[in-house]
Write a protein that binds this ligand. Structure first.
Ligand code: FES
Ligand SMILES: [Fe+2]
Length: 434
């Protein structure tokens, strides 16, 4: 339970709020790199700030405030030039540093008078591309290093990016990253009930444990079907600080749009069979996953869709003054405490947890992985199709509803597999995520 005051501090992301200032110390994924091949500009709302993301004709990305400083036109409707983004209303041109490069009419009237343009500088934030994602940093400069997770560099994998907007505060989404017991109920048992069956239910949790490390927290579990030797206890799953989760074959980030909305960004890796090696992906595709169906009902068929239902169901901003925590929430408590301590660190002027300043330390960061062999060690096509988990994943994206059929078919092409080899009718749901 948190007091009303603490709950506000914990959830508010605007500039100048304690959590907003803490979260501004980290790079946040805001788009797929390839989205900007399909459109030159993209509206981005990040931590309550309205911004225009663009890629200019020279390939440079920029992230600038959304309203033009002239008469407030929307720069998302602007058009890109060799260098920068031009407002479509009267043609003012801005570069990725926020400098105004042209004010066409005033440039005629005040020939060569630089100060006319200098007055029109706009807010601009650093943007980087890594792992097929576009990352933004809204905090004080100099920006820290952008962490390059080792998974981004794994060879022979097919990657994809999935984006969805969830109508609730980011913090309740991130608390889900350190909540082992929900897998048993929300994913295993509820999935069984959703199929109209009453059982048998999935294995019960017998023990959970939590550890903190440099890049976040680990949660560990022993269920009826596993023991202390199993990776799920000896390694654990990673709640990635501050807004992520890493599950070996995918990352999930819960990026704050504003106090009441969150962008779910997922990055998935599928190891291609050895016959397809060396597999080099020249373009990482993306798709937007719907969260409700045509009737407006929540989609509940896939693991992350189930999570979205839980998060949004807690309310726009979960009221933590009314919750009753149990023993399974020890990790949630640890994470909250760490957030409050790190807000204090920022207020003191210190770098908070997991901010990296040394470029060497930001390169190829290895994270703990359960079932590491599934992503490193290639299988033959035949073994892949027969694999109890990977064999299901190759039939369709298991974690979220809505993968475009053409994308799925491009994965089969890359893997040299045909739908008939999979005996496939419709993409099946995978209730096996642990
Ligand atoms: S409003 Fe943008 S140039 Fe006039
Ligand atoms: Fe979940």
């Amino acid at each position: 339970m948190l007091s009303e005051e603490k709950n506000r501090q914990f959830t508010q992301v605007g500039a100048g709020t304690p959590m907003g200032e803490l979260l501004r110390r980290y790079w946040m994924p805001i788009a797929a790199e390839t989205e900007l091949d399909d459109r030159a500009t993209k509206p981005v709302r990040l931590m309550g700030e309205d911004l225009a993301l663009y890629k200019d004709l020279s390939g440079q990305f920029g992230l600038v405030e959304r309203q033009c400083p002239h008469r407030r036109a929307d720069l998302v409707h602007g058009f890109v030039e060799e260098c920068g983004l031009r407002c479509n209303y009267h043609g003012w041109l801005f570069d990725e540093t926020g400098a105004c490069r042209e004010r066409p009419f005033e440039d005629v009237i005040f020939k060569g008078n630089e100060s006319v343009r200098e007055k029109a500088r706009i807010k601009a934030y650093p943007v980087r591309v890594l792992g097929g994602l576009i990352w933004a940093y809204l905090g004080p400069l100099p920006a820290p290093e952008l962490p390059e997770y080792e998974a981004f560099n794994w060879p022979n994998g097919f990657r994809q990016v999935i984006l969805s907007e969830i109508p609730c505060n980011w913090a309740q989404c991130q608390e889900n990253s350190i909540d082992p017991v929900h897998f048993e109920w929300m994913h295993s048992n509820w999935s069984i009930r959703l199929k109209g069956e009453k059982g048998p239910y999935g294995p019960k949790h017998l023990k959970v444990g939590f550890d903190e490390f440099e890049h976040g927290f680990l949660y560990k579990r022993i269920r009826e079907d596993t023991d202390e030797e199993h990776d799920l206890w000896s390694v654990g799953r990673t709640a990635l600080w501050p807004v992520g989760m890493f599950l070996g074959d995918h990352f999930e980030w819960r990026v704050p749009i504003d106090d009441e909305n969150t962008l779910s960004v997922a990055w998935s890796f599928q190891r291609m069979p050895v016959e397809s090696e060396p597999f080099v992906q020249d373009r990482i595709p993306y798709w937007y996953g719907p969260i409700v169906d045509e009737k407006g009902e929540w989609i509940s068929s896939h693991v992350m869709n189930q999570d979205f239902i839980a998060w949004a169901g807690q309310g726009r901003i979960a009221d933590r003054t009314k919750e009753l925590l149990g023993r399974s929430d020890a990790g949630v408590g640890l994470m909250r405490r760490r957030f409050f301590e790190e807000m204090d660190a920022v207020a003191r002027g210190d770098d908070p947890k997991a901010v990296i300043r040394d470029p060497d330390k930001a390169r190829n960061i290895a994270l703990p992985i359960v079932h590491a062999d599934r992503y490193h060690q290639g299988l033959t096509r035949e073994q892949l199709i027969a694999h109890p988990v990977l064999g299901r994943h190759i039939k369709g994206y298991p974690y979220q509803y809505g993968q475009p059929q053409a994308l799925l078919e491009s994965i089969w092409d890359a893997a040299g597999i045909r739908a008939e080899d999979l005996g496939l009718k419709a993409p099946e749901m995978a209730g096996e995520m642990e």
